[in-house]
Design a protein around this ligand. Structure first.
Ligand code: COI
Length: 356
């Protein structure tokens, strides 16, 4: 792969005690273009702005997908990627749904990404909760105003040192279950990481924030009864010692890699796990009768995000664990981050070590 190095590193300009999500970027990025019905060669180049046609089709019609993965600096100083092959596979699934050409060789795609991470690994912060967030994305490049599938694309990978999305420490957040808006419907794009899913969520999230909540909890499109997911994460509830999470089979929920990892850990710990539809009504009832033991979100950016308060249209807020971090969220947080930071044995073979 062709590599062009940035002459002077930006590393010393970064204040690692103040890592706002997406504020700083590493020295390099990976770029590959698609034209004449084929992906070209990848190149690593200095991270910088680039020119785009005002008629670029992504700007107008949003034919764009992305991924989010992380590398963690372990307690032993070693940088490790977490299940990166899962992200590459999901990128290709998103590509198919959005009529974007898939990356033909997932192994090669991963190898190239690892080369980028290896080069810029010094940007990986070292404190608990922090990581190097890696954003692969593909967008249409045709300068064309007709609504059509683009003939040209750009694949890029950029990287940013971050703290957890919802704050440095494990703390609770509030969410609002909306009946007014819908995130995804049957046959739509809810199960893939299309940029458009996020664009349409912003107004609803703003409305939730105006009511004093951090994020929106989406309910199903048909009856506004069952939980789908929260803006940036999948949802988990613990009722009567059972971990319950919305099932993926409606095709309206993103198949989160953290979600899958948490379910795997929970089953390994011997917890009872149910992937099924869960209604807001069931959560309200469990809260009233004292069987709602925990509630948390899972996501690459969010990691494990305990939820302390759920608002909804026609009743009093549900308060979980007195708005403090719940016991199940804490166990999962310790297990997952333990593996990610090399504190406990990687018994599932999820991490990929980056060579120094
Ligand atoms: C991630 O968790 O990586 C996401 O994609 C959420 C992001 C939109 C902040």
């Amino acid at each position: 792969m062709k590599v062009t190095k940035r002459p002077i590193s930006k590393l010393s300009q970064i204040d690692f005690t103040d890592l706002k999500f997406g504020k700083h970027y590493t020295d390099h990025m990976l770029v590959k273009t698609y034209k004449d019905k084929a992906w070209g060669d990848s190149a690593i180049v200095p991270y910088e702005d680039f020119l785009i046609s005002p008629a670029n089709i992504t700007l107008h019609y949003g034919q764009s997908i992305f991924e989010g993965m992380k590398a963690f600096r372990g307690v032993d100083g070693i940088v490790r990627l977490f299940r990166p092959e899962k992200n590459i596979a999901r990128l290709n699934r998103s590509a198919e749904r959005m009529a974007i050409p898939e990356m033909p060789d997932e192994e090669k795609t991963l190898k190239e990404l690892i080369e980028l991470v290896t080069m810029d690994q010094d940007f990986t912060p070292g404190h608990m909760g922090s990581s190097l967030y890696i954003r692969p994305f593909i967008f249409a490049m045709d300068p064309a105003l007709g609504v059509k599938i683009s003939d040209t694309y750009c694949y890029m990978v950029i990287m940013t040192p971050v703290d957890a999305y919802y704050g440095k420490n494990l703390q609770t957040l509030s969410i609002y279950a909306t009946k007014q808006f819908t995130r995804a419907a049957l046959g739509g794009t809810g199960h893939v990481k299309a940029a458009a899913n996020y664009a349409q969520s912003l107004y609803a999230a703003k409305k939730a924030q105006e009511k004093g909540y951090k994020q929106i909890m989406w309910l199903d499109y048909l009856e506004h009864k069952y939980v789908d997911e929260v803006g940036t994460m999948n949802m988990m509830f613990v009722i009567n010692d059972t971990l319950i999470t919305p099932t993926l089979d409606q095709g309206t929920i993103l198949a989160g890699i953290t979600r899958e990892s948490v379910l795997h850990i929970a089953r390994d710990l011997g917890w009872k796990v149910e992937e099924r539809r869960i209604s807001l009504e069931e959560i309200i009832t469990a809260s009233k009768n004292g069987t709602l033991q925990d509630c948390f979100g899972t996501g690459t950016a969010a990691t494990i995000a305990p939820v302390g308060r759920i608002g909804y249209d026609d009743g009093e807020d549900i308060i979980i664990n007195n708005d403090t971090v719940g016991p199940y969220a804490k166990i999962i947080y310790d297990e997952l981050l333990g593996i990610q930071y090399g504190k406990i044995e990687d018994r599932f073979g999820w991490t990929v070590e980056i060579k120094k």
